[in-house]
Design a protein around this ligand. Structure first.
Ligand code: CDP
Ligand code: MG
Length: 708
């Protein structure tokens, strides 16, 4: 790190409070410390460093949680750079299915979900001397659980040496001070660079966002929902054009970060910006071309593409090109993206909500909270002054909620309950959550877990199957399917099942540019199974696995190389997990070497079995094995290509990305479908589907009738 950067860091507002932080940390009476300070003041990058540089760690570590992978990875890289260390050395990170750590690592960035998982093996989190829970205002379910666990460790004296630090820019400290029974609050004043915020005003909307240049936006308007979408996409586009076409000197530099609700909106706007490029340039005086690069950013984008937003993009002459980043709320907190000067905030995000009675997980476009608006603006003004355009009126802003509903109150608790059980928290009446979900929500999760066999029906204790399921870092439904695939009955399709689930756990493997759809369909035809998305995914993955030149294979078939590479990583890791479970079961007393021999023996056996089998029989076995976990995810053909879910009785269409769309008659013929998830946008859709017959469905529906 150069001297200039060092000096800049020491000027961050947090250093005015350094002594105060040191004093509170030194104070043996204080176990929980709350740090508040505006976005960009230096909390996330500097607090772990201040701890490391001033207190001995002995053999322990400093752990900092982030609600999102991209933040954990990018910030750990920054802190490593600031400490002149290679990532994975002194500073490391650990996120699901990806880790850069070594024995020397002292500062560890993790996603909050990873740290909850670590509790399963180390209930007291004894590796860590300091735990920093960052971005606490987001109230992600895992952060809430970690607050509960850390509070239990501290208040009940299970750990005497642990110091907990919770941090945020936008939190109401009262609630947290009461919860942790602490007075230790540090408020960091000021920010380094100003951010000017503009709202649209009804009358002035025309002035600010009027499309003076007469660039038209073609968007099909079908109903109110599309009306809403076209309105914010339209406003975002206009706002971007205002900036990039501006003749003001100060508008000619600086990158733009736009917040939109979801992937579809991002891709729509990306397409619009691309198609308008010539039109935009034709509006400028001769030879005055505008160069810009649009970069999408959303959760299911492969992480190497996500990380692209952090790197400068050069043109042929080596000059930096202006970046326009179109993002969901995954860039809302924590991140510093170099050179961002403009924020455009649509005012919407997609909120996940689970309806227990209907067994539906929904993603709905929802107005953001005041907290989110503040965080979004705070992505600018980090290295220089910034400007934030809010595409909503001041009055609309005034009506926003102060903060979003905490995740623990609105999502499916099945996964978290299983984890809590396996950590040892099984009396839900006694657990001290900061916001307690209604008992009904827990009961629903219990019912699910009982039907999956993870909890004992009578005693409500975790079963040995449940413990195995908790080891796998994924939804218990997938864990169950994977564990079942170890059964003699399914063992010959073990590889196929692991393949399918690995792809489902990775990012979207399909690359579908709008203008090439038909061509792509033809090219991919040979992989596709007419009745099953699951089997199609298996076919693609297996071919990818066999292929030597994988990059070429992906290019030719319009597949996402990185997403498939990630599936491959996950595939290997799941196999490791399963082998562990398998051997714990059968070879408890065997030595390591015997285990290795056993692995080989089983692999040989599996290969032999596989070669003997015909594909059709295999496919049926695969579907049955999937059904053994998906038995709640069955829908019956109704009419007009609608399917009705057996649990919850929801009428749904098959998602347009499914192979089943091509042969709609088959749906009626088979009669039933299993699906990976139901999503609700303007309609209800079943995503990733496989057709099954009544006979197949009956076997599983009747087997689990009591639970449906
Ligand atoms: O956590 P908080 O929002 O308080 O700030 P931070 O993430 O610790 O970042 C503090 C400052 O470090 C930012 O305002 C940037 O000036 C700088 N920084 C940077 O230049 N590049 C990064 N990758 C991270 C931080
Ligand atoms: Mg931060």
């Amino acid at each position: 790190m150069n001297q200039n950067m060092k000096a800049q860091i020491l000027h961050l507002p947090i250093y005015q409070n350094k002594q105060e932080i040191l004093n509170l940390i030194k104070n043996p009476e204080i176990s929980v410390l709350i740090i508040m300070g505006e976005t960009g003041c230096g909390k996330t990058t500097q607090v772990p460093k201040i701890l490391y540089e001033n207190f001995p760690l002995d053999n322990q570590m400093i752990c900092i949680t982030q609600p999102r992978r991209i933040a954990a990875i990018s910030i750990s890289e920054r802190v490593a750079e600031e400490m002149d260390s290679k990532i994975g050395d002194l500073v490391g990170y650990s996120v699901r299915f990806k880790e850069k750590m070594s024995k020397r690592t002292k500062i560890k960035f993790v996603t909050d979900g990873m740290l909850v998982r670590e509790c399963i093996l180390d209930k007291k989190l004894s590796k860590y001397k300091y735990i920093i829970l960052d971005e606490i205002h987001e109230r992600s379910i895992h952060t809430d659980i970690l607050m509960m666990i850390c509070k239990d460790l501290i208040i009940n004296k299970k750990r005497n040496d642990l110091k907990l630090i919770i941090m945020s820019a936008t939190l109401d400290p009262k609630k947290f001070m009461e919860y942790f029974n602490t007075e230790a609050l540090i408020k960091i004043q000021g920010r380094k660079f100003p951010i000017k915020v503009y709202n649209i005003s009804e009358e002035k909307e025309e002035n600010i966002y009027n499309n003076k240049n007469n660039i038209t936006i073609e968007k099909k308007i079908e109903n109110d929902y599309y009306d809403l979408i076209s309105k914010y996409i339209d406003r975002c586009l206009n706002c971007i054009l205002q900036i990039i076409l501006s003749q003001n000197e100060q508008d000619k530099t600086g990158d733009i970060l736009v917040f939109l609700p979801g992937q579809e909106d991002i891709e729509d706007l990306q397409e619009l910006l691309k198609s308008k490029k010539e039109e935009i340039n034709s509006l400028l005086p001769n030879g005055n071309n505008i160069e810009y690069k649009v970069l999408p950013l959303f959760g299911s984008l492969p992480s190497n593409l996500q990380l692209k937003i952090f790197r400068p993009i050069k043109n042929k002459k080596g000059k930096n090109i202006r970046k326009i980043i179109l993002s969901t709320n995954i860039a809302e907190t924590s991140l510093t993206i170099k050179n961002i000067k403009y924020i455009i905030d649509s005012g919407f995000f997609k909120m996940r909500k689970f309806y227990h009675k209907l067994n539906i997980d929904t993603l709905k476009v929802t107005k953001i909270s005041k907290n989110s608006a503040l965080q979004r603006a705070g992505r600018a003004g980090r290295e220089s002054a910034g400007i934030c355009y809010r595409l909503y009126t001041q009055e609309e802003y005034n009506n926003f909620l102060d903060q979003n509903e905490p995740e623990i109150l609105r999502i499916n608790l099945r996964n978290i309950c299983l984890q809590l059980f396996s950590i040892g928290y099984n009396n839900f009446n006694e657990i001290n959550f900061i916001d307690k979900p209604p008992l009904d929500n827990f009961n629903n999760a219990f019912e699910d877990l009982i039907s999956l066999g993870a909890l004992d029906k009578e005693s409500k204790n975790i079963t040995s199957l449940g413990r195995k399921m908790a080891i796998l870092p994924m939804d218990p439904i997938y864990s169950l399917i994977l564990i079942n695939s170890l059964d003699n009955k399914y063992r010959q399709v073990f590889d196929d099942i692991v393949a399918i689930i690995s792809v489902l756990q990775s990012d979207n493997i399909f690359y579908n540019p709008n203008n090439l759809r038909e061509k792509i369909e033809k090219i991919r035809e040979r992989f596709l199974d007419p009745i099953s998305d699951h089997l199609s995914l298996r076919n693609i993955f297996m071919e990818y696995k066999r292929t030597v030149n994988r990059e070429k294979f992906c290019k030719e078939n319009f597949l996402n190389d990185k997403a498939l590479a990630k599936s491959m990583e996950i595939y290997k890791q799941i196999k490791e997990y399963l082998e562990k479970i398998f051997y714990d079961e059968f070879n408890k007393k065997n030595s390591e070497t015997q285990i290795e021999e056993k692995i080989e023996e089983i692999d040989n056996y599996l290969n032999e079995m596989k070669n003997k089998e015909k594909n059709e029989d295999k496919n049926e076995l695969i579907i049955n094995c999937l059904l053994s976990g998906y038995f709640n995810n069955i829908a019956k053909y109704s009419n007009d290509n609608f399917f009705e879910t057996v649990k919850g009785n929801q009428l749904c269409k098959i998602h347009p990305t499914s192979v089943l769309i091509k042969k709609p008659k088959l749906g009626k013929q088979y009669g039933y479908v299993i699906f990976n998830e139901m999503i609700i946008t303007s309609k209800k859709y079943l995503k990733c589907c496989t057709l099954i017959t009544q006979q197949q469905a009956d076997k599983f529906i009747s087997k689990n009738k009591k639970f449906i």
